[in-house]
Design a binder for this molecule. Structure first.
Ligand code: PA5
Length: 450
């Protein structure tokens, strides 16, 4: 593992070790060479999908006025006493904010402003229960859709727009709804102009799953009470690191090893492993990023995840002894933010006095090491992506690292990282079954098949 520092901060560290029994060094060097070529494709901005590279410069080019605008919404809603913000969006229009807020929030203590998410499912029960909550709170809504036409958020927005208008009146509702959408196109943009909503723009050249550092992520994160300036600073510092091309570039190391394990060792599944439940949703964000970017043209590594140590008692058996189809990438956190020490028990019935005086996180770290050795023995290679601790700065760095590495890795694999043609297939069938005008022929066709 190469320790990298930038302004006294640890930057993302990748450890491709623990593979020696799986991969020969010459093979790895060959894949590093391929990854460096893919790096050049990404940096030349001449590869497939090169009109969606706006995310690369977001950390350093986000204007102060945009950050201040996000903070101004937070302050104006605070002044109104808003204590519930419903963020409506799906896929890339919610996962970045959701995972950052989960990672940064206290697990149990309710924040001053609770940020919740809707429009990422079509469950009636979910929406009804969220309405129950909204009725007891001082509520505002952020609706996010780049296209402005995605069904799930559009359905949820109809419901919560009506709720806010009925509860606060139409004029006040317009001050409690913010839309984040395309600068000029789409139904949500048209509606926002008509209704006078404040809007933020999803840049044309940034795809949904790469949009966490645009207002799509920044606004919900700041509304939840977190420091988006530190988030962007972490991303900017990581960008500086990744601009240094070479075999020890963390994105090159990660892209090289995961493609080598996939292509030469037949590993079809990559499991992102975390050892803190706060990071569970980081894995959900990562799964979308890598799944949508690489899973096409009959190619790609299937992205999965586990949260340990809980999942050692559910998926652990399969990973240790089941089909040998996977490798693991562990998000390793160097320092805990909190301290809880295990005490001495005079009776020692549980025979745990040998742990007295130890931090719980020490046990977690030993579990992580024990799993590493066991899984390598069981035929599961382990990579590590290391961060210093869970805070805004490190999350910004982690977001940027995974996005950049995704571009390198997908070009190495030989696919366009920035499109998602497969996402459309279910929508046509759903519209036909919901009898959307214009889909009549497909309705008959599908009904014959089900
Ligand atoms: O990464 C993507 O592009 C997708 O996951 C989109 O974010 C998702 O489909 C939502 O799209 P939209 O923001 O247009 O509603």
């Amino acid at each position: 593992m190469t320790a990298k520092t930038n302004n006294n901060h640890y930057m993302i560290k990748v450890n491709v070790g623990g593979y020696s029994s799986f991969v020969k060094d010459a093979e790895y060097q060959n894949y590093v060479k391929k990854a460096l070529e893919a790096y050049d494709v990404l940096q030349s901005e001449k590869g497939a999908g090169n009109d969606f590279l706006g995310w690369k410069t977001l950390p350093s080019e986000t204007p102060e006025s945009l950050i201040a605008d996000c903070e101004a919404v937070r302050d104006s809603w605070k002044a109104k006493g808003v204590n519930l913000v419903i963020v409506i969006g799906i896929g890339g229009s919610y996962l970045g904010a959701k995972c950052a807020i989960e990672a940064l929030s206290h697990c149990f203590v309710e924040p001053a402003t609770k940020v919740v998410f809707a429009g990422n499912n079509l469950s009636e029960e979910y929406l009804a229960e969220l309405l129950d909550l909204a009725k007891t709170r001082n509520t505002a809504v952020v609706v996010i859709s780049k296209s402005g036409t995605t069904t799930e958020p559009a359905v949820a927005f109809r419901i919560f727009k009506e709720f806010v208008e009925q509860t606060y009146g139409k004029k006040e509702a317009a001050e409690r709804i913010v839309a984040i959408t395309d600068a000029a196109r789409g139904a949500l943009k048209t509606l926002s102009t008509q209704e006078g909503y404040k809007t933020f723009v999803v840049p044309d050249n940034v795809g949904g799953r790469f949009s966490v550092l645009t207002p799509v992520g920044l606004l919900p994160i700041v509304l939840a009470g977190f420091d988006i300036r530190a988030l962007l600073k972490g991303a900017a510092d990581e960008r500086e690191e990744l601009l240094k091309k070479g075999p020890q570039n963390a994105a090159v190391e990660y892209a090289a090893m995961r493609n080598l394990l996939h292509t030469e060792n037949g590993k079809a599944v990559e499991i992102l492993v975390t050892y803190n439940p706060k990071l569970t949703y980081i894995a959900e964000w990562w799964k979308q990023l890598y799944g949508e970017s690489e899973g096409k043209d009959g190619k790609g590594i299937y992205p999965a995840s586990v949260t340990n140590t809980a999942d050692l008692h559910s998926m652990g058996q399969f990973i240790q002894e089941g089909s040998r189809i996977m490798f693991e990438t562990v998000i390793s956190v160097e320092k805990a933010n909190r301290s809880v020490v295990i005490g001495t028990d005079p009776q020692n019935l549980d025979q745990l006095n040998f742990l007295a005086g130890q931090h719980v996180e020490h046990c977690n770290a030993m579990a992580q090491l024990g799993v590493k050795v066991a899984h390598i023995d069981g035929g599961v290679p382990q990579l590590e992506v290391g961060i210093e601790k869970i805070d805004e700065y490190n999350l910004g760095a982690l977001f940027y690292f995974f996005e950049f590495a995704c571009g390198v890795s997908a070009y190495l694999l030989g696919v366009n990282p920035f499109n998602q043609p497969g996402v459309e297939a279910y929508k046509k069938n759903m519209f036909a079954l919901l009898r959307k005008p214009g889909y009549e022929a497909q309705t008959e066709e599908i009904l014959k098949r089900i």
